[in-house]
Ligand binder design. Structure first.
Ligand code: ZN
Length: 266
């Protein structure tokens, strides 16, 4: 991939090239970036949209579902004419129309422990737009194991939350939540509803975090803190998250990083 920008690219991306700490260098880095987006749904739609518009080089889209009418209120990658289509195909069409510069790789499969490592290993940053706790913990644990930076997020009703994890450096999702809640306590979009614009706000934050990470602007990342958004009260809050020395996901990582000589001496 070329390390310079064409005249057309300079014009397309001019408003962000002007932004301090982004610039032409940021644009070139972003073009070399590879981001995997889990779910072409409420969170994946806005994050993929903004990443494609910004000129991210390669976007992986993973989703096993087809577009349904009840998706369209928030999953803005898809239009009425896409009903019944695979979400990843509909998403790819939308993103490619927006920006033909972006390569979109589609995975019409369900993410599971059998395919997660192979998928993650091909990308630099992961956006978790999944809608269930089982996947969120699977994503966290695989990202920590493979040392892949990723953005966690969850949304329900009027509320959203998000946090960025840089494995080996910052607290992970399991440092905070330990394990999935009992099924009786779980609220999801299907049962509880979600305001589409709330998904848009949180998904846009995830895209921003991916961009910052890929251009090497790491100091302001949303790490070691959980950002919560209450749209009903229109309030954002931050909760500090500490790395848990007994975290089931992080702890083995720290052990494997310990030099062998040190283990023997101890
Ligand atoms: Zn942890």
């Amino acid at each position: 991939m070329s390390l310079s920008l064409t005249t057309e690219q300079i014009e397309r991306y001019s408003r962000q090239i002007l932004v301090p700490d982004f610039g032409g260098k940021g644009q070139i880095r972003l073009r070399q970036g590879r981001i995997l987006i889990i779910g072409a749904g409420g969170l994946g739609s806005p994050s993929a949209f903004y990443l494609a518009a910004a000129g991210a080089g390669t976007l992986g889209l993973i989703d096993a579902d087809n577009v349904e009418l009840s998706n369209l209120q928030r999953q803005i990658l898809h239009a009425t004419a896409d009903l019944g289509k695979a979400k990843v195909e509909s998403g790819k069409e939308t993103l490619t129309q927006l920006n033909p510069d972006v390569e979109v790789i589609t995975y019409p499969v369900r993410l599971g422990s059998d395919n997660i490592e192979e998928l993650f290993s091909q990308y630099q940053f992961i956006i978790d737009g999944s809608d269930n706790f089982e996947t969120k913990f699977l994503v966290n644990d695989a990202a920590v194991r493979l040392k892949k930076a990723y953005s966690h997020a969850g949304i329900v009703r009027w509320q959203g939350q998000t946090m960025t994890v840089i494995p080996g450096k910052t607290a992970c999702y399991r440092c905070l939540f330990k394990e999935p809640p009992p099924p009786a306590e779980i609220l999801n979009c299907q049962q509880s509803g979600i305001l589409g614009a709330v998904a848009g706000t949180i998904g846009s934050i995830q895209a921003t975090e991916a961009i910052k990470y890929l251009i090497g602007f790491e100091e302001g990342l949303l790490t070691d803190r959980l950002l919560t958004y209450d749209a009903r009260a229109m309030k954002f809050h931050q909760v500090e998250v500490r790395k848990d020395p007994d975290c089931a996901a992080c702890r083995p990582l720290m052990t494997t990083e310990t030099p062998v000589s040190k283990i023997i001496l101890e």
